[in-house]
Design a protein around this ligand. Structure first.
Ligand code: SF4
Ligand code: SF4
Length: 310
């Protein structure tokens, strides 16, 4: 495959919940990618816009924020409101109350408002308007391993899926500009709206799971999401040796589902130590058992995506 003439592949790394070691593996992938594919640098996305943490490990150089404007919410102009009460009954989200600062006018709770605009049409005074919301910021940051796209959604905001889509688009455009081979996406935990946005259009999903009943359950849920988008999936088990029965159950499940188990990473206290130090484990402890196992997973993933090493 020539990286010069083809679109960058998209790899998404997922887990059903937080704390499985997904970000540790993503950070190590960033380091290994930089070490092995220097002439085709990879591009990274932290798609966990509610609690981004890949940026903590990759030490971004520039954090100049760009504003993310999401949907619109209703706001009442207290100068125009005559407190007629026509708006409150039409709101199916119980978002309209007497203003706590002035009970002579109505007020809209921005957390409860869904932005349906029904109240705008109900108001005889034209006192209600829809106002676009600054819901978060996104960043394009240089790291020693490549460009990282990440974001923060403000608390209480709900457009995490849109924000994930935005930073993925920006990352893909940048990847095209620099003729990168691959965009590596550290996916959000769970299977909600941001995960769906993060999965769409990707070429391969690497599911990181743990050897437990909950790990198997989460694996099934994430696999279902990837299959919905026709994204091929592979799995790796983190802390595989702490509960061999659990790892065996995951092996059997993967075989029955026809998905490759491409790595079993042993429990290694070097992983949390590296996270505390804010570095990929492959940088700080390259000879540790976890770093070596992650390296194998990375090589297999690299091969599955048909990427070129320098
Ligand atoms: S926009 Fe819809 S949800 Fe928001 S206050 Fe008006 S009626 Fe309620
Ligand atoms: S309908 Fe308009 S004027 Fe009447 S209470 Fe609501 S905001 Fe005020």
């Amino acid at each position: 495959m020539s990286a010069q003439n083809s679109k960058a592949k998209q790899l998404i790394i997922l887990s059903g919940k937080g704390g499985t070691g997904k970000t540790s593996i993503s950070a190590a992938f960033a380091h290994l990618s930089a070490a092995h594919a220097n002439s085709h640098p990879m591009v990274f996305v932290d798609a966990d816009v509610d609690a981004a943490n890949l940026s903590l490990v990759l030490e971004p150089e520039s954090l100049e924020p760009k504003e993310f404007w999401g949907g619109s919410l209703a706001e009442i102009d207290p100068e125009k409101c005559i407190n007629c009460g026509a708006c409150s009954p039409v709101c199916r989200y119980d978002a309209i109350f007497p203003d706590p600062k002035n009970d002579q006018v109505q007020w809209i709770d921005p957390i409860a408002c869904d932005g349906c605009a029904a109240c705008v049409y109900a108001c005889p005074e034209g006192a209600i308007s829809m106002v676009r919301q600054h819901e978060g910021n996104w960043f394009q940051s240089n790291t020693s391993f490549g460009m990282l796209f990440h974001a923060e959604l403000f608390p209480g905001r709900e457009n995490s899926g849109k924000l994930v889509t935005l930073i993925k688009q920006q990352a893909r455009l940048y990847a095209e500009d620099i003729q990168s081979q691959c965009v590596v996406i550290d996916g959000p935990p769970g299977i909600g709206c941001p995960v769906i946005s993060a999965c769409a259009g990707t070429d391969l999903g690497l599911i990181v799971t743990e050897p437990s009943l909950m790990g198997l359950h989460d694996l099934k849920r994430v696999l279902g999401t990837l299959r919905h988008f026709h994204v091929p999936a592979v799995v790796c088990v983190n802390k595989a040796d702490i509960y061999p029965e659990g790892t065996r159950a995951i092996r059997e499940f993967a075989a029955a589902e026809g998905i490759a188990l491409i790595g079993e990473i042993p429990y290694d206290e070097k992983i949390p130590r590296a996270m505390i130090e804010g570095k990929p484990v492959t940088v700080l402890f390259p000879d540790s058992s976890a770093a070596k196992a992650i390296q194998e997973v990375w090589h297999r993933t690299f091969a599955l995506l048909h990427l070129q090493e320098d």
